[in-house]
Design a protein around this ligand. Structure first.
Ligand code: CAA
Length: 258
């Protein structure tokens, strides 16, 4: 499918979406959000795709929502259109695993987009930040909420109140990113990890994702009960039988996704 602001392609069972608006450091304009949501819909519906990687360029994952597009908008405009609700949040409703491969700037909406993904692999040149305060506004795509859950109140508050950027090492120390990868190996590593996930049982992978995500939505007691019941339910699948039989028989499992 041809897009103007992203490039979507597949590598085996991995769907790759590259944000591709270089003249504006991949600033997230309405059209880009629309194309991103469309590409995710297509990968989500494609039974052959087991995991998705979202990336940008070496210089910028995305430098935020498009400031020039927002600049003329009034309160009534953004309120009535419910600006940033729906399509821009599409990653967070994806049932398949989504990995953010972040190089360069991930600022404002770019940082928020990366945080909607299931985990972030960061290139050594990655820079994360919520600089909206410098524009006289605040994060609007979940930044104050997700960043606080990932890195804790003190660091999230400092970043949202000052707009300062955090480099890859600080982001890894703070728990925002899962790992740092050298810039020139970032995409290879992201596609490799996504490919490994895609080889596993797709429904069980979805269940694991749902269960980890529950930790952000509920109490510990409720979350553990949710996990326990999902764990029990995996025993009703052919893939759990196959996985454990293969271990006992010292062979590689062949998951059938059922
Ligand atoms: N929106 C629109 N255009 C943007 C942009 C953005 N968020 N970020 C960068 N650009 C454009 C610049 O205007 C510039 O365009 P021109 O060449 O036509 O002038 C081009 O991208 C390159 O940018 P710079 O020349 O500024 O590059 P730099 O290397 O000097 O600086 C930067 C890079 C520090 C990222 C700087 O561009 C910057 O501060 N960008 C804005 C970052 C920001 O404030 N993001 C938050 C946006 S608000 C938001 O995201 C709300 C929300 O929660 C959803």
């Amino acid at each position: 499918m041809a897009y103007s602001n992203i490039v979507a392609e597949t590598k085996g069972a991995v769907g790759i979406i590259r944000l591709d608006r270089p003249k504006a450091l991949n600033a997230l304009c309405a059209e880009l959000f629309k194309e991103l949501a469309e590409a995710l819909d297509i990968f989500e519906a494609d039974e052959d795709i087991g995991a998705i990687v979202i990336t940008g360029s070496d210089r910028a994952f995305a430098a935020g929502a498009d400031i020039l597009e927002m600049q003329p908008q009034t309160y009534m405009d953004v309120y009535k259109s419910d600006f940033l609700s729906g399509g821009p949040e599409r990653i967070s409703t994806c049932r398949k695993p989504v990995i953010a491969a972040v190089a360069g700037y991930a600022l404002g909406g770019g940082c928020e987009l990366a945080m909607m993904c299931d985990f972030i692999l960061a290139a050594d040149n990655a820079q994360f930040g919520q600089p909206e305060i410098k524009l006289g506004t605040i994060p609007g795509l979940g930044g104050t909420q997700r960043l606080t859950r990932f890195v804790g109140k003190s660091k999230a508050m400092e970043m949202c109140l000052t707009g300062r950027m955090m480099g890859a090492e600080e982001a890894e120390r703070a728990g925002l990113v899962s790992r740092i990868v050298p810039l020139d190996g970032l995409m290879d590593e992201a596609v490799k990890v996504a490919g490994e996930i895609a080889k596993l049982s797709k429904p069980i992978v979805m269940m694991a994702k749902e269960s980890v995500n529950k930790a952000y939505e509920t109490t510990l007691r409720e979350g553990i009960m949710f996990e326990r019941r999902i764990f029990h339910s995996t025993f009703s699948t052919e893939d759990q039988k196959e996985g454990m039989s293969a271990f006992a028989e010292k062979r590689t499992p062949e998951f059938k996704n059922r």
